[in-house]
Design a protein around this ligand. Structure first.
Ligand code: HEC
Ligand code: HEC
Ligand code: HEC
Ligand code: HEC
Ligand code: HEC
Ligand code: HEC
Ligand code: HEC
Ligand code: HEC
Ligand code: HEC
Ligand code: HEC
Ligand code: HEC
Ligand code: HEC
Ligand code: HEC
Length: 449
């Protein structure tokens, strides 16, 4: 800068003389004579230009005709003073640097940037040649700031002129994400590797600078889920909307098995806290009871395990049920009708007669489950008395149950040794297991298999 002020002063004095004749002996007078003002008309001047050492780069081709040639070819012109650093910062060399095209980016005389770039910013300089690598409506913020946050301009230690190994580069800014993945009990395997398996570095057509929309992205590796989805006679639209898999799964890491979101039940309730519309104008009832603080919840619901009973990616049964569960109030007893319940519960609770500890729904040793359920031809299904998710009554007994057009109340009251109900089915009845306490029963498995 000081040099520029000095040269300007000289140029002004020389300009006052306005000796517009061409110098014929020494190149050194080319600016002092008031000519070639453009070469010194920059905020930042190149060292040799600043001291009018034009002849370090230019020499006469024909002095009489005042034509010049460059003293040395290509980058040798620059390397006369600047040591060749190619390879010193790594084996990867930028194409124009390798070709010695230093002046593709640098102005040999001076510029508006200290680095003598031909454009006002590095970014603009890079975009002169790389506009096409930047396309996409969803932009990665640092790319709109400065390319050199990730790239080297001349030579680099990593492919694509990167300053660091790819994952380390991403995590150098996304530090908290890196820590979360490292600390997670269930990191998503690809998130422990190259981030660019899923993201684009600069910009993309999809939110989150993702290389593909979430569904296509996830299915590109999880083909078996795609097969389950496409072969399902009862699809679940949550798997194919714009967020698709991300409705339920975390992309990078999780504290649950199967990469589930931090609160898997809440993830379902994002949609199912209210009734939702299914195909054909059918409305699927809300299941807000699963988070009702006053309700007793079914074992798997307490475990956040909705998939214990539902084929969440879509399946072959109504209600996305993972196994058969009788729809109707009455049904001739057949254990396969309740296969869903019997994946976890021992079917002896319905069949043992006389009964002891198999079920608490007994009067002395008379199995009241058998009385109601294992009956021909009109056995009652579990639905006649139980809810499957949660209930404000003990033992998942429903408040009321649909019977034809009528909501039939159950009025269940639990007592220490039994209970009573006053349903519309019969006059109020009570049961008593008797004075001997039950021996402890084996725990119900949390999950089949
Ligand atoms: C570091 C080397 C270097 C120095 C020093 C240098 N030039 Fe240049 N000059 C060049 C190069 C290289 C070109 C060719 C530009 C191109 O190819 O883009 C050039 C081109 C020119 C041109 C042709 C017009 C143009 O801008 O392309 C003029 C005139 C010129 N220089 C004048 C000067 C003057 C006057 C000085 C001293 C004040 C000077 N140069 C100092 C390297 C230099
Ligand atoms: C005659 C010697 C000489 C030649 C030839 C020369 N330079 Fe320079 N260059 C200098 C000097 C001196 C500086 C100022 C160094 C400083 O300020 O530390 C400089 C500074 C620079 C800078 C700014 C560096 C910075 O850190 O601010 C760039 C960029 C540069 N030169 C590029 C080139 C290019 C490109 C060429 C070839 C076209 C070239 N130089 C040829 C001597 C030369
Ligand atoms: C693709 C554009 C581009 C090309 C081609 C290029 N440079 Fe640079 N150069 C830059 C940028 C950008 C910087 C600033 C780098 C930084 O800040 O890390 C720079 C920095 C420099 C510097 C100052 C910093 C240093 O490394 O000493 C010099 C000197 C320099 N270049 C010389 C050259 C020479 C000589 C060539 C040809 C062999 C060349 N450049 C080719 C873009 C380029
Ligand atoms: C004068 C044109 C030009 C400018 C300016 C330029 N580049 Fe390049 N760059 C190229 C060419 C040519 C290639 C090699 C062909 C290709 O991959 O497109 C290349 C390749 C690259 C590559 C890929 C390297 C590889 O190994 O595949 C990166 C990254 C890159 N440039 C970054 C930059 C950055 C950052 C800037 C600004 C500092 C920049 N370029 C400025 C011409 C340029
Ligand atoms: C956040 C870091 C980051 C920033 C900022 C960044 N890049 Fe890149 N760039 C990358 C990564 C990572 C790759 C390697 C992509 C790959 O290998 O698929 C890359 C690749 C490239 C390539 C090679 C061609 C390609 O698409 O694979 C070019 C050219 C390039 N970048 C230019 C630029 C330019 C120009 C800028 C500034 C406008 C810039 N980059 C800003 C990270 C970045
Ligand atoms: C120089 C720092 C820096 C580097 C390096 C960097 N990022 Fe970023 N990234 C940011 C910033 C800043 C944001 C914007 C954050 C915000 O808006 O809260 C961002 C945002 C993102 C987003 C969210 C974009 C969105 O629209 O939601 C993703 C995804 C991302 N980065 C991935 C990457 C990947 C992959 C890499 C490695 C190739 C990387 N980042 C490297 C700084 C960086
Ligand atoms: C398996 C694919 C995949 C991999 C690998 C991956 N991401 Fe992501 N990333 C995503 C998806 C999908 C989103 C969008 C999440 C959302 O919208 O809920 C995302 C979002 C982001 C965001 C936005 C904020 C956030 O946390 O949701 C950042 C930043 C990010 N990723 C950085 C990274 C970095 C850094 C890596 C490498 C360590 C990486 N990603 C690896 C798929 C991936
Ligand atoms: C680049 C390939 C790749 C992509 C893309 C990918 N995954 Fe994965 N995913 C894996 C690998 C590898 C594993 C660990 C091996 C396994 O369990 O299948 C895994 C594991 C999982 C698991 C746990 C599986 C289990 O049985 O515990 C879930 C769930 C999962 N991914 C969901 C997703 C979702 C959702 C997306 C999209 C955001 C996604 N994946 C994108 C490769 C990928
Ligand atoms: C409605 C919530 C939901 C959606 C949407 C969803 N998943 Fe799942 N996914 C789950 C649950 C819950 C499990 C655990 C299943 C289990 O434990 O049996 C799971 C399990 C998985 C597994 C482990 C293997 C398996 O089948 O148990 C993979 C892989 C997986 N999902 C990938 C995906 C992909 C890919 C998408 C998007 C196309 C997706 N999921 C959409 C809830 C969902
Ligand atoms: C993005 C919204 C959304 C999320 C999140 C979601 N669902 Fe659904 N679900 C629906 C819609 C809409 C339907 C209606 C059928 C269809 O169009 O897929 C449905 C249908 C169902 C059905 C079938 C009901 C019937 O009677 O046909 C069950 C069961 C179900 N979802 C369970 C779940 C579970 C379990 C989760 C969490 C693991 C979950 N859903 C997450 C939107 C969602
Ligand atoms: C013990 C098995 C079981 C578990 C665990 C379970 N469900 Fe269900 N779910 C069912 C049965 C049975 C139905 C009734 C299906 C029918 O009527 O066709 C049902 C129905 C539904 C429906 C449709 C609404 C309705 O009333 O028909 C939704 C939505 C639903 N469940 C969501 C969930 C969610 C969310 C979770 C986890 C919080 C969950 N389910 C856990 C067995 C279960
Ligand atoms: C994934 C395993 C699983 C499935 C499938 C399952 N249950 Fe359960 N069930 C449990 C667990 C675990 C408990 C809690 C047992 C305990 O606390 O000792 C339980 C408890 C119960 C209780 C007693 C509730 C209480 O508050 O003590 C009833 C009633 C019940 N289940 C009915 C059903 C019915 C009806 C079905 C079929 C629709 C069914 N279960 C399917 C695992 C399951
Ligand atoms: C007529 C009403 C009724 C029907 C129908 C019924 N249950 Fe029950 N069930 C009860 C009552 C009442 C209890 C509570 C017993 C107690 O703890 O006092 C109970 C308790 C249970 C328990 C807790 C463990 C036990 O046996 O005490 C399970 C599990 C259970 N029922 C499963 C089922 C299944 C599965 C079906 C369908 C195959 C079914 N129930 C049908 C009324 C019924």
């Amino acid at each position: 800068m000081r040099a520029w002020v000095l040269i300007s002063a000289v140029a002004l004095i020389a300009g006052a003389a306005r000796a517009q004749t061409r110098p014929d002996t020494k190149v050194l007078t080319c600016t002092t004579a008031g000519c070639h003002a453009a070469e010194i008309g920059h905020t930042f001047l190149h060292g040799p230009t600043a001291v009018s050492a034009c002849d370090t780069c230019h020499e006469y081709h024909d002095a009489a005709a005042h034509t010049f040639r460059l003293k040395r070819p290509g980058k040798q012109l620059c390397e006369f003073c600047h040591i060749d650093k190619t390879g010193r910062e790594g084996p990867f060399v930028h194409d124009p640097v390798a070709k010695g095209e230093c002046t593709a980016c640098h102005d040999p005389h001076g510029s508006e940037t200290r680095l003598l770039l031909k454009k006002a910013t590095t970014r603009q300089m890079c975009l002169e040649c790389h506009q096409e690598a930047m396309g996409g409506t969803h932009r990665h913020k640092p790319v709109d700031e400065d390319c050199l946050q990730c790239h080297k301009a001349h030579t680099a230690p990593h492919a694509k002129l990167l300053t660091m190994e790819r994952r380390a580069l991403c995590l150098s800014c996304h530090e908290t994400l890196g820590q979360a993945i490292a600390a997670s009990s269930h990191p998503h395997e690809p998130a422990e590797g190259d981030c660019l398996q899923c993201h684009r570095p600069h910009a993309a057509e999809h939110p989150g600078v993702l290389s593909q929309p979430p569904k296509d992205l996830c299915l590109s590796c999880h083909e078996e889920v795609g097969t389950a989805m496409s072969s399902a006679s009862h699809p679940h639209s949550a798997t194919s909307d714009s967020r698709a898999c991300l409705n339920c799964h975390a992309a990078h890491q999780s504290h649950h098995v199967k990469q589930l979101l931090p609160d898997p039940v809440k993830a379902c309730l994002e949609c199912h806290a209210k009734p939702v519309q299914a195909g054909g104008g059918r409305v699927v009832a809300a299941v807000a009871e699963v988070t009702d603080p006053l309700a007793h919840k079914h074992g798997p619901i307490n475990d956040g395990d909705c998939a214990a009973c539902h084929d969440v990616h879509g399946g072959g049964r109504g209600g996305l049920l993972a196994a058969p569960f009788e729809q109707d109030f009455y049904r001739q007893y057949d254990p396969t009708s309740y296969a869903l319940c019997f994946t976890c519960h021992d079917r002896a609770l319905v069949t043992a007669q006389p009964v002891a500890a198999e079920t608490a729904f007994r009067d002395g040793d008379r199995n009241l489950h058998a009385v109601h359920v294992a009956k021909s031809p009109q056995g009652r299904s579990c639905r006649a008395c139980h809810t499957t998710h949660a209930s404000r009554h003990d033992k998942l007994i429903a408040d009321s149950v649909q019977f034809g057009q009528w909501r039939l109340p159950i009025n269940f009251v639990k007592t220490e040794r039994g209970g009573s109900c006053g349903p519309g089915c019969h006059k109020p009845a009570q049961y008593d297991r008797g004075p001997t306490p039950d021996p402890p029963r084996p725990a119900v498995p949390r999950r089949p298999g």
